[in-house]
Design a protein around this ligand. Sequence first.
Ligand code: CO
Length: 134
Amino acid sequence: MKILGIEHIGLAVDSLDTDAPFWKHVLKISHKGTEAVEDQGVTTDIYDTGRGKVELLEALGENTAVGKFLKNRGPGIHHVCFEVDDINNAINELKESNIRVLSDNPTTGAEGYKVVFIHPKSTGGVLVELAEKP
Ligand code: CO
């Protein structure tokens, strides 16, 4: 597995309407797009600094992972995503090392990336996403 860099930081927000303008209009980070990722129960709203992105996450409902996160912990940093060269290879290596990967196969995330999440219990407390560029 080769880590190519930090791809994005995922931030759980209560409302894109209320919270996106800071990133869009105050920091003026280039907006890449907004899309629903049904598999993950979120609408993602992505900004690209040119050296790593910010992914705002609005829950599609209270019973989604981000919905529960917001209820339990409130808005804030939800996960950190690293780009990898080969996601399947990464999953195999992690499982061989007894790391708690949340799915056996990658799923399709925002922007068509192939992604997998690593449980915070295996990382020292942070939900980690690995992503391979489409
Ligand atoms: Co993400």
